[in-house]
Design a protein around this ligand. Structure first.
Ligand SMILES: [Zn+2]
Length: 417
């Protein structure tokens, strides 16, 4: 079956055509690096499997006429020359690492689509004004080394290179040693200092595009996160001899908070709120619970939305009783992508005749770091059943091909500006 991204009658643009079959061959072919029998992939960052896929990508890009640069955290920048080499490059890319028992699409699709764009430009003799850089960011997944999105974080200055090098995995191997072991530690200033724009193609990792039968997600940002811990103290008492009116039941108060978290999220769309952890003391059938500790996760695309959700949560905890103590333990600000770059993605999708919807990413991405230093946007394609970080992760050849074509069209649009 052909993975031609444009259906008959929809060839409204004169953009050169990416080759969907060739992209699909790469997706299937690169899944052998860390691949499992069932189609899943385990390619932890800076492992030997990661080295193999990096070597493949570097050799492929060199063959297309790219120069290769590697920085101190092992990010790889493959740059295809433009007409005006004094201009900063337009960058695209994503990550080649996976979760343990991950899939064939999360991350690598954005890199492989970049490589397919390079091939298409070369074979059609299309010359951009700007250089075009395809990037592989080191350790997006954060599974072997924490934190996630490490390479893009170092590039954006959110994490220092020295600190990153010193971080260790569970076996005690540091990032620095792991980079040396696979031969991908470059110089601190070994990569480009800045880009004109950054566009990342990625699978949605959620169910929205599939559910609405929409071909392309125009990603407007990444939602923010706030984490809270709540400790509720009641009075342990005999479950048989303590009358209902005289109970100070910590779990009943906790239940009110759980329902309130759900309601607060529903009242602040598209916010989401979850109580994913609860510990009851003493956790015994015939004892009125004396204590509950819970962990709360709240997310919203805007800071104002997060503020409202937090205020409502604080109010709930106050009214539940003096025995409840709420602590704000961690947060991550929402990211709003650059409106002109988002617009370029939207216009490009429209020009190609694909159905599209604006969408906010529920998951973190390298693009969230890059957005702090470069005008940035993302393109989403559907994930079957919303699955990712799972060996069953799937995006069809046609869906991948449409994503690559929107990526190319967006690059051409940005290059004209
Ligand atoms: Zn990813």
């Amino acid at each position: 079956m052909s993975a031609d991204p444009l259906r008959a009658g929809e060839r409204r643009s004169n953009t050169p055509q990416t080759n969907g079959d060739r992209l699909w061959n790469d997706i299937v072919g690169t899944a052998r690096f860390g691949g499992a029998e069932n189609g899943g992939v385990t390619r932890l960052t800076l492992s030997d499997e990661d080295r193999q896929v990096r070597d493949w990508y570097v050799s492929e890009c060199r063959g297309l006429g790219c120069t290769i640069e590697i920085d101190g955290i092992g990010n790889i920048f493959a740059t295809y020359p433009g007409e005006d080499m004094s201009l900063p490059a337009i960058a695209v890319g994503s990550h080649l690492d996976t979760q343990p028992k991950g899939g064939r699409f999360d991350g690598i699709l954005g890199v492989l689509a970049g490589v397919e764009v390079l091939r298409t430009l070369k074979e059609s003799g299309t010359r951009l004004r700007h250089p075009l850089t395809v990037v592989n960011w080191t350790n997006e997944e954060g599974s072997r080394f924490s934190p996630a999105m490490m390479g893009s974080g170092v590039f954006a200055g959110a994490l220092s290179l020295d600190r990153a090098h010193a971080l260790a995995d569970r076996e005690g191997t540091t990032v620095g040693a792991a980079l040396d072991a696979i031969g991908y530690r470059g110089e601190a200033d070994g990569g480009p200092a800045a880009f004109a724009a950054y566009v990342e193609l990625h699978i949605e990792q959620g169910p929205l595009l599939e559910a609405s039968a929409t071909e392309i997600g125009v990603v407007t940002g990444v939602q923010g996160v706030r984490w809270f811990d709540v400790e509720i103290s009641g009075t342990e008492a005999h479950a048989g001899s303590t009358p209902m009116a005289q109970r100070d039941d910590a779990l009943v108060a906790a239940a009110e908070i759980v329902l309130a978290v759900r309601d607060i999220a529903r009242q602040n769309p598209p916010g989401v709120g979850t109580v994913g952890f609860a510990e009851v003391g003493p956790n015994s059938r015939n004892v009125v619970p004396g204590s509950v500790g819970m962990q709360i996760d709240m997310r919203h695309p805007s800071e104002a939305g997060l503020d409202q959700m937090q205020a409502a949560l604080e109010e709930t905890v106050r009214t539940v009783g003096a025995g409840a103590d709420l602590r704000h333990v961690w947060s991550k600000a929402p990211v709003v992508f650059d409106p002109p770059i988002v617009e370029a993605v939207r216009d490009s999708t429209e020009a190609l005749g694909f159905s599209a919807t604006d969408i906010v990413s529920g998951a973190g991405h390298d693009a969230a770091h890059i957005a702090t230093v470069t005008p940035t946007a993302m393109i989403f394609v559907p994930s079957k059943d919303g699955l990712s970080h799972n060996e069953a992760e799937y995006t069809s050849p046609e869906e991948c091909a449409r994503g690559a074509q929107v990526l190319l069209q967006t690059i051409l649009e940005l290059d004209r500006r």
